[in-house]
Design a protein around this ligand. Sequence first.
Ligand SMILES: [Mn+2]
Length: 309
Amino acid sequence: MQAFDIIGDIHGQALELQKLLLKLGYQETNGIYQHPERKVIFLGDFIDRGNYQRRVIDIVRPMIDDGHALAVMGNHEYNAISFATEDPNGGFLRKHSDKNLKQHQAFLDAYASDTDEYLELLSWFKTLPLWIDLGNLRIIHACWDPDLIQTVIDNYQQPYLTDEFLFLSAYKENWEYQAIETLLKGKEISLPSGKSFLDKEGNERTEIRIKWWMQEATTYRDMFLGPEDAIPTIPDEPVTDDCLINYDVTQPPVFMGHYWMNGEPKTLASNIACVDWSVARVHGKLVAYSWMGENELNNNHFAFVEREE
Ligand SMILES: [Mn+2]
């Protein structure tokens, strides 16, 4: 049985990644971090935000290409691909708006002097699957939605972003758009009409991201996943739609990243865990879970390093 160290979103924080790999017992041999018995599974979101994005790629890519690690695609790799892909209808699949540029500029700058490497890296991003299902272990960036996963399989027969899938996912009217939104960015629901809240950037939002795994949640406020200071502004009214995912305890453990968790790393259910404690944020952590084949996850299997500086 292969054991894995499952590592959350890195976002250009190469120093913390090196520290965590060393802490987990990986050693750099011929320029590639490796472990005699264990492998890493990365949850995606290698890029955007941090100061060492190219260095992160230079660490994770050889590990993956050389068989010492697996990885899924994060929403930031998806965005990078869409940003660089021309839309046959004009412009790019992801708009080069001020907001999108701001989020992505540090990545573009890191490769500004090397267009060939930039383009080659984007085609490598496309080789990252949208999810991994090993039978006894499941990995996805944001939300394990079995219906959407089945729809992808029914239509594309595999978990990769083909050119057609990529193109169709850029348009809201297509199910492909919804699939990427949910699998890579998380499940959202609309607030009751007239209700809104302010997000991290201070933008007014009428939709909330929800704790899709939280079976006991009944109200908008229970399900809300977002900044703590916004919680009192979320209505404590029952949600009538059936929007949560019934991921029951008999299913294999699933790991995700993406959500900026707070406090000490711990599981969300006996078979569900998030490993993103937002290392891109001051006081964030880079978190790993060391999986030895167990169905029932154990809080003692988390390891982390604190954000530098
Ligand atoms: Mn993400």
